[in-house]
Design a protein around this ligand. Structure first.
Ligand SMILES: [Zn+2]
Length: 259
């Protein structure tokens, strides 16, 4: 079930709440074009948004190619649709994205029949600016959670869409992840005076404290320190944290496991 949250006259947040997680995207309305930032898990997720789209030019932007961010695009497909993502996001549509969908279709017959994979047809490596008419969306690479992850700043509204690059209580770190670029990009955004509101895809949205918290967590893990202030973790985040430790310090985790 999708909830639309009217952040302001130009920006609507789209949220789907599942029993064990929430995923959030956005729609950004310029005078010339509308951006759908992430199409969520299924075309059904975007149905409540369709009446708001009218005849503006539609641009889908993927924060990255994970299934819960890119499987709903068929709902907004049609002539003139542009799809934008990082160059590595495009590449994943020839690799793990269709494989994951095939697996899910086997596991849950019928559930994913309406999903149609639409890869980016406009890609970038470091930065791209979209002019929507009256406002803009500045896209910038932020690899770490996945190599194809990006964030999007709407400077006119001081809002930064961050996908899965930040998450409360903690982000998901893949095996073999190099944390340096992830951390330096988060530091850069933390210092950017144009950012007031931070909107991740999972967990609560709010201010720059969300960036600070993820950065602290990454710094602690990178330095081999136990992270501070994790609080009571749900089973999902407890497992994610254990996986993160394993992915950052496989040797240390293996020794601990053997004790
Ligand atoms: Zn996600």
């Amino acid at each position: 079930m999708t909830t639309l949250y009217q952040f302001n006259r130009r920006i609507v947040l789209t949220e789907v709440d599942f029993p064990d997680f929430l995923v959030r995207g956005a729609a950004i309305f310029g005078t010339e074009a509308v951006v759908i930032w992430d199409t969520l898990t299924h075309p059904d997720d975007l149905q409540p948004l369709l009446p708001l789209l009218n005849d503006r030019r539609r641009i889908v932007v993927y924060s990255h190619a994970d299934w819960d961010h890119a499987w709903g695009t068929a709902a907004v497909a049609g002539a003139g649709l542009s799809v934008v993502g990082h160059r590595l996001c495009r590449r994943r549509f020839d690799a793990d994205v269709p494989t994951t969908l095939e697996q899910r279709r086997i596991e849950e017959p019928g559930r994913w029949d309406a999903v149609r994979l639409l890869p980016p047809d406009e890609v970038f490596d470091e930065q791209m600016v979209l002019d929507l008419g009256g406002l803009s969306l500045e896209l910038r690479a932020l690899p770490g959670h996945t190599p194809d992850s990006i964030v999007g700043l709407i400077p006119e509204h001081r809002l930064l869409l961050m996908g899965d690059t930040v998450e409360t209580p903690l982000p998901c770190i893949p095996p073999g992840c190099r944390l340096n670029r992830w951390q330096s990009e988060l530091e850069r955004w933390l210092a950017d005076p144009r950012v007031t509101t931070v909107v991740p895809a999972h967990g609560p949205w709010g201010g720059k404290e969300i960036i600070r918290r993820t950065l602290d967590y990454l710094e602690d893990l990178g330095a081999g320190r136990p992270p501070m202030n994790l609080g009571d973790l749900t089973p999902f985040y407890h497992q994610t944290h254990a996986d993160n430790l394993q992915h950052c310090h496989p040797a240390i985790s293996a020794n601990t496991d053997n004790q």
